[in-house]
Design a protein around this ligand. Structure first.
Ligand SMILES: *Cc1c(COP(=O)(O)O)cnc(C)c1O
Length: 388
């Protein structure tokens, strides 16, 4: 509660996960729990699987796990690369680092390739790595690196990986449902996504889309997981069921969110998210902040705090006074950057009001901002798009 104002501001979650849910999705969770080995649940589950296939643009099997996104990442290591097998990890941020840590935890021999935080991987470098390591069984990549705000060229990287026996594995947890992600057309063998980002689902569900090339590999290796053994999910999926008790209310909520996504259309969502991203970037730059990503993702904006501003205090004030919750930096960039999401339910007015709140807060902290400049810059982007 903000003491000066004596009231509790409405919470406005502008973080790159979790995100706020549509009303229908929230109401779905209030319904009585139904049993999962029933015709009704099978129908709902089947609908969710089809909705996910649409969002991921894939005909591959889509498996639903009861876990956060990291559980699906773990499944994409434990079920896919055997102990002692070699994998290339493209690491440049907190989440791609997680790929390496999971691989190491499962005894995978990691070839780590890095670029500085904020930069993007070049497909040519991946081609060279694969030529140097023809025995690499998988390449672990990230579509939208949520810790740096970078969008990696997954289409270009997949084009290279596709020509080798290696599997193309992509963490699209904050990307899928926000920015272009064409699993089949690009050739992503294992796509990993979580519910609580652009899919507008409650936290607690994760998804893995598996290509025939990846299944062949999965079938051939020693199993190193039980709960996260992807073969168990595929067997149950044949009956349109999960192998174990699913998070039934969360599945019901996600079904509602996916209906909304389908109604709008995934390509329209990609372009709307792109517009919000351009408006946000213009506003943030007008506030005197420097964008963190050389190749910014349209799913979230990461920017360095202005010189002389205590970032932690800035975020605290923003939340206390306006209820606006932004994400701070992680790892190397802890305390240095803020991160604003523009996916899911977030709309133009959310972006404009967030920028206005940021501007006011910076002014109150003594920063020489020109009031209205950030909103004007963002509005200009929106106006130009509307008149195109
Ligand atoms: C949020 C996120 C994760 C982690 O997901 P959890 O649901 O917190 O386990 C992994 N990768 C990326 C890119 C993310 O944005």
């Amino acid at each position: 509660m903000d003491m000066a104002l004596g009231h509790m501001a409405n919470e406005r979650l502008m973080t790159p996960g979790p995100t706020q849910l549509p009303e229908q999705s929230r109401l779905a969770m209030a319904r009585q729990v139904r049993h999962h080995r029933t015709e009704g649940f099978r129908r709902l589950f089947g609908e969710v699987v089809e909705g996910l296939k649409y969002v991921f643009q894939t005909q591959n099997d889509v498996l639903i796990l009861t876990s956060s996104g990291t559980g699906a990442m773990e499944a994409a290591v434990a079920s896919v690369v055997p102990r002692g097998g070699k994998a290339i990890v493209l690491e440049s941020g907190k989440f791609s680092e997680r790929w390496r840590l999971i691989c190491e935890a499962f005894g995978v021999c990691v070839v780590k390739h890095t670029v500085p935080w904020g930069e993007a991987f070049a497909p040519d470098d991946v081609a060279r790595l694969l030529a140097d390591h023809p025995d690499a069984q998988a390449v672990y990549t990230t579509l939208s690196e949520s810790s740096t705000g970078v969008a990696h060229d997954i289409e270009g990287i997949a084009r290279v990986v596709r020509q080798t026996p290696s599997l193309m594995i992509c963490d699209a947890i904050s990307g899928a449902g926000a920015i272009e992600c064409r699993t089949d057309a690009w050739g992503i063998d294992v796509l990993v996504v979580g519910a609580q980002k652009a899919l507008m689902g409650p936290p607690g569900l994760a998804f893995v889309a598996v290509s025939p090339k990846a299944w062949a590999k999965i079938e051939s290796i020693d199993r190193r997981a039980f709960y996260f053994d992807l073969l168990a999910y595929r067997r149950a999926m044949a009956e349109s069921e999960p192998p174990y008790t699913p998070a039934i209310p969360l599945v019901a909520a996600l079904a509602e969110s996916l209906r909304q996504i389908r109604a709008e259309g995934i390509e329209r969502i990609w372009s709307r998210t792109g517009l919000l991203a351009r408006a946000t970037r213009a506003g943030v730059v007008a506030l005197g902040m420097k964008l963190a990503a050389a190749r910014p993702a349209d799913s979230l904006t990461a920017a360095f705090f202005p010189e002389g501003i205590d970032g932690k205090e800035f975020l605290r004030r923003l939340e206390a006074r306006f209820g606006v919750k932004l994400a701070s930096g992680q790892g190397l960039w802890k305390g240095k950057i803020l991160r604003i999401a523009h996916f899911g339910k977030i709309d133009e007015l959310d972006i404009l009001s967030t920028l206005a709140a940021m501007e006011l807060t910076l002014a109150e902290m003594g920063q020489p901002v020109k009031l209205g400049a950030a909103v004007a810059a963002a509005s200009q982007v929106l106006v130009s798009a509307a008149s195109e």
